[in-house]
Design a protein around this ligand. Sequence first.
Ligand code: FES
Ligand code: FES
Length: 173
Amino acid sequence: MKKNKTESLTAEKGLFTIALTLNGRPAEFRVKPNEFLLDALRAHGWKGTKKGCDTGDCGSCAVMFNGKPELACMIPAVTAHGSVVGTIEGVGTVDRPHPIQEAFVEAGGVQCGFCIPGMVISAKHLLENVPDPSEAEIKKALDGNLCRCTGYVKQIEAVKIASKKLRTRRASK
Ligand code: FES
Ligand code: FES
């Protein structure tokens, strides 16, 4: 029987070495057998991915995992061996923000900011697949991302602004 990628891992002093593609570059993490991807990312300096509930309920830990937004607090780190992961650090930076990040700021959708990385990951995936989404589609895409500060109105507005920005950018190319 063919082995899956995780079965090929062996522990050394209780830690497994996993290799993954992180934000477009090869990365290696040493992880405990019971560690989750969220903690592994943060322990290796990728702290843009936020730890909210740690129980799969708030969406603040959303990352791109093999092409889809997933909750990093629910992904056993060893299963990320051989995977392609994208975090908020790969979307944009303070100096070079992504148009979606600009739109969140412009719309006033950022208060404490804790939910924003996860929301941006969800919004980016939506806009890559549905460039001009309806409000219902935006609400559905952000459904798993909880925000304690806002009423979501400005964040929905932000995704509409981002959609326009990205479509304008595409049209001008
Ligand atoms: S920290 Fe993962 S869903 Fe809340
Ligand atoms: S802006 Fe504070 S949790 Fe969303």
